[in-house]
Design a protein around this ligand. Structure first.
Ligand code: SAH
Length: 454
């Protein structure tokens, strides 16, 4: 039997609720108790009375603030609620730092009496990113738009400038869009798998002012390539190199493997803690250079390294920490999983005429276990793993090596706290210093230095 009844779509049901914000979760969303149930809600502060909707899929949306926290500030960014990058933009910066310090105190207070130093912030916590990355889309009205992906989706949110990104880099992206429209070059259409320009990435050194522009295309062909280069250079004298990166894959990864140098040397030079570092299209590099210097200086100072020390730099990336430490010690052994990063590290060592850093491309756990088996003498283990942290086997190998000191730098203090629990039988915490590498975001970077008990 045929019916005319519409098929019910799985539309989530919604309720309107009211409550007081009583704390924050790990992402600094507010925790609200309403009708005996806990909800997490974005964009709210402790003590505020809020009205919000919650749907059956668990999505909550702020509807009304009935009272405000005195530390709340006005948000000027027009895409703040859609983009999702800046979780704390509505909170006074000093208070953001206090909150981040408090997180570290709560995590590590159980294990030590050492005072957590106040999270080190920036005097001007804006425009600190040395890299921006923007997606391009065709648009029926404006021909082409550019912006960020909306959180958890492939919708593009238009933007003119981002408070965290470098202003010059944002202007370069805007100029590229204008030039592409004039040249009738279109953006790549993910659904129809048609068109050319996917992303633009700009990397800058704030010290040397060298600027790398990467235009990511779906295939090799960039019509009017030399006219494009001429047009963009005429507008932006600060550009020192331009790359076309070809990404023909159907993936959410921004970059493909093929790079065509359209102008300049293909790389830029930056300076960090008095050393030179080469930045290429693909290479990993810390994105807040101001705070990276603070982080590395504080971390290495806490170790009091001496000329006889042998240091293991695990999860070394392009070798930055190890190379900076090398000036104070006898030898550094760096281990990193990604081959390109290791190659960059070797180049960086040569660039600075550093000969006492030895690079290895390996899994850090496998590598440190080998060192422990060979009973290698290591005075200090520096570790800076990715967000998911290290693992039990790595920490156990540290206990076999028994270095005098361990320095654990982390962009996720929750996993850092779990990993370090395995050391407290033999090690004591000597120093705790959070550093605000990503102001206005929920991210917390934390330095912990430990010493062997005897
Ligand atoms: N210390 C560097 C990089 C830290 S990011 C800096 O300050 O710039 C973490 C690094 O760990 C990344 O470069 C990542 O490629 C590397 N990594 C991830 N898993 C690894 C593993 N199992 N073994 C070794 N390195 C790993």
């Amino acid at each position: 039997m045929k019916t005319n009844k519409k098929i019910e779509k799985n539309v989530p049901t919604q309720v309107r609720l009211k409550g007081i914000v009583e704390g924050y979760n790990e992402e600094f969303a507010g925790i609200v108790d309403a009708k005996g149930k806990k909800y997490s809600l974005r964009g709210v502060l402790v003590g505020e009375e809020v009205e919000f909707t919650a749907d059956s899929n668990g999505k909550t949306t702020l509807q009304k603030l009935n009272s405000t926290n005195p530390k709340r500030v006005k948000v000027t960014c027009p895409i703040y609620s859609k983009c999702g990058g800046c979780r704390l933009l509505h909170l006074e910066y000093k208070e953001q730092l206090r909150l981040k310090t408090e997180v570290i105190e709560k995590l590590f207070g159980k294990y030590t009496k050492v005072k957590v130093n106040e999270c080190l912030g920036m005097t001007k916590p804006y425009n600190y990113r040395n890299k921006n990355q923007v997606v391009f889309r065709n648009d029926p009205k404006e021909k082409m738009i550019c912006g960020f992906y909306q959180e958890n989706s492939h919708n593009v949110i238009r933007f003119n400038n981002c408070l965290l990104q470098d202003e010059t880099s944002d202007k370069i992206v805007a100029s590229i869009k204008e030039i592409l429209i004039k040249m009738h070059i279109n953006a790549y259409d993910e659904d129809r798998k048609y068109g050319l320009v996917r992303h633009v990435m700009v990397k800058r050194s704030f010290k040397t002012k060298q600027t790398l522009v990467v235009i990511v295309t779906a295939n090799d062909n960039l019509p009017g390539r030399s006219n494009f280069v001429k047009a963009i250079l005429a507008k932006h004298k600060e550009i020192t190199t331009i790359i076309q990166n070809v990404n023909s894959r159907q993936t959410s990864a921004v970059l493909g493997d093929k790079n065509i140098v359209l102008y300049g040397p293909g790389t830029i030079l930056d300076e960090l803690c008095g050393l030179k570092f080469l930045i290429s299209t693909q290479s990993f590099y810390q994105i807040n250079p101001f705070q990276t210097e603070v982080l590395y200086t504080k971390a290495l100072d806490s170790l009091n390294l001496s000329q006889d020390d042998v240091v293991l730099d695990a999860y070394s990336g392009v070798g930055t920490i190890g190379l900076i430490a090398s000036r104070k010690v006898k030898k550094v052994i760096s281990v990193e999983l990604v081959k390109d990063a290791v190659t960059n590290g070797i180049t960086n060592a040569k660039l600075n005429n550093i000969k006492n850093v030895h690079f290895f491309c390996d899994d850090a756990t496998k590598f440190i276990n080998n060192l422990a088996m060979k009973k290698e003498k290591i005075d200090c283990v520096i570790m800076d793993p990715p967000r998911k942290g290290s693992d039990v086997a790595f920490m156990n190998a540290v206990l076999k090596l028994m270095p005098k000191k361990v320095l654990y730098i982390s962009c996720n203090p929750y996993t850092q706290c779990e990993d370090l629990k395995l050391l407290y039988d033999k090690y004591v915490i000597k120093y705790i210093q959070p550093v605000d590498m990503f102001p206005h975001t929920a991210s917390i970077e934390n330095i912990i230095t430990l010493e062997r008990k005897n």
